[in-house]
Write a protein that binds this ligand. Structure first.
Ligand SMILES: Cc1ncc(COP(=O)(O)O)c(C=O)c1O
Length: 422
């Protein structure tokens, strides 16, 4: 039996990052009003990493998405095509603007299905938001072609996909704006935080106005722009990030590319360990064009081949001490959530519905998949990551033995086990 509660330890706590937090604290600058200090440093580093001129740090990914949606000019009466298979914050900020998210089913790997979306375009559709689920980039050729065909603004929710690339190009650079969460579990972790990027000065100005009033907005917004007169007050929200969180995150940006690279082998290895169990299929491995950031690896369990199906498998892994394996609960398909079944908004009432189609693929993923963290072996933490992988291996092998009913089938497939079999 492994130690109870084996979970992948994240975020790592490199001493330089903690020292940076300490220095920020000592400086007394615990609120940054304008674009300066560690916030400006983070934004500059993020813009450089993305090749995007404008970055806006916020206090959450949700705030970054809200700022992006306001940035592109959404308002009451507008519709936004949103994935049904995502975390609800991808779509929920749309309600705050009085626009309506219209849910779209996904492809079998959880990414955005442009064909399903085509059937849902109406004259009210103004934008599309996609999520690179679990870190795997969507098929951006198809997504961009779809957005262009219907004249829609594209927003990318990259909250799972820091550092992921599609055909060598970073995700987050394909549309009108993009947003990342920096909540503690995310690949760039500030504890709580977010960041939005855009190439458009106009989108940047509007996005700032939503939650970054006064000193920042007054200095940053175009004084000739139509909304400049609101810069003192903004629009009534405050989305500034806490400098201590950003101080913790800022040093992580330079490491991102090597972490994503490091994750590729670990993801392959974990996929291989579980694929030896008949009926388990990894869904979100990278391809030559789509390099996943592997926020997590998603695997599907065929209930016809694994007795007890996904729920049995997760329970068995948890019982063996691998608590990292779980069923995403907050990331339930959005059509199962009350907010999307009975949409309300603080600024309007709706006569339309978010649910205008079936979601068989999202339902299937919700019923059959589990996720597991993927290590990235940051320098200095290799041993910690190797221990985690060893724990995953031991449990996958043992549970594989149970799943096969007897040790025989698995042994035959793998050429022998390490003697762990129960
Ligand atoms: C896909 C996705 N979008 C948006 C968010 C919202 O980010 P935050 O929690 O930082 O508001 C999350 C957070 O888990 C997420 O997973």
């Amino acid at each position: 039996m492994l130690n109870r509660a084996t979970v992948y330890p994240w975020p790592k706590r490199r001493s330089e990052w903690s020292e940076r937090v300490g220095r920020q604290l000592e400086s007394g600058k615990l609120s940054i009003y304008d674009r300066s200090g560690v916030v400006a440093e983070f934004e500059d580093a993020w813009s450089a990493a993305q090749g995007t001129p404008y970055s806006l740090v916020t206090n959450s990914g949700t705030a970054a998405l809200h700022s992006a949606f306001y940035g592109i000019g959404l308002g009451p009466g507008d519709e936004v095509l949103c994935p049904a298979y995502t975390f609800f914050a991808t779509a929920a900020p749309v309600f705050q603007l009085g626009a309506l998210p219209v849910l779209v089913d996904c492809l079998p790997d959880g990414s955005f299905d442009t064909e399903a979306a085509s059937a849902l375009v109406t004259r009210r559709t103004k934008a599309i938001v996609i999520t690179h689920m679990w870190g795997l980039p969507c098929d951006m050729d198809a997504v961009v072609a779809f957005a262009e065909k219907y004249g829609l603004d594209l927003i990318e929710d990259c909250s799972h996909a820091h550092g992921a690339t599609y055909r060598g190009r970073p995700v987050g650079t394909f549309g009108a704006a993009a947003a990342w969460s920096m909540q503690t579990q995310k690949l760039i972790a500030a504890g709580e935080g977010g960041v939005m990027t855009t190439r458009s000065r106009e989108v940047y100005d509007r996005a700032q106005l939503l939650g970054h009033f006064n000193k920042r907005a007054m200095k940053e917004m175009d004084p000739e722009g139509p909304l400049y007169a609101y810069s003192v007050t903004g629009l009534g929200l405050k989305y500034r990030a806490h400098p201590l969180g950003i101080a913790f995150a800022v040093g992580q940006v330079a490491e991102l590319a090597s972490w994503v690279k490091g994750k590729q082998d670990f993801a392959e290895e974990i996929a291989r360990l579980f694929s030896r169990i008949e009926g388990i299929t990894p869904l979100t491995l990278s391809t030559s064009e789509r390099i996943s950031a592997h926020y997590a690896l998603l695997l599907e369990v065929d209930p016809d081949r694994v007795q007890g199906g996904r729920d049995w498998l997760v329970k068995a892994c948890n019982a063996e001490g691998l608590e990292d394996i779980d069923v995403p609960k907050a990331t339930s398909p959005l059509h199962t959530l009350h907010l999307f079944q009975n949409p309300i908004s603080p600024v309007t009432t709706y006569d339309g519905s978010c649910i205008r189609a079936g979601f068989p693929v999202a339902d299937r993923l919700a019923a059959r998949t589990f996720k597991i963290s993927v290590p990235c072996a940051p320098a200095g933490f290799e041993q910690e990551d190797a221990q985690y992988l060893a724990a995953v291996k031991a449990v996958a092998e043992k549970v594989g033995d149970y799943a096969s009913g007897s040790a025989g089938r698995l042994r035959a497939a793998t050429g022998g086990l390490s003697g762990e079999a129960g």
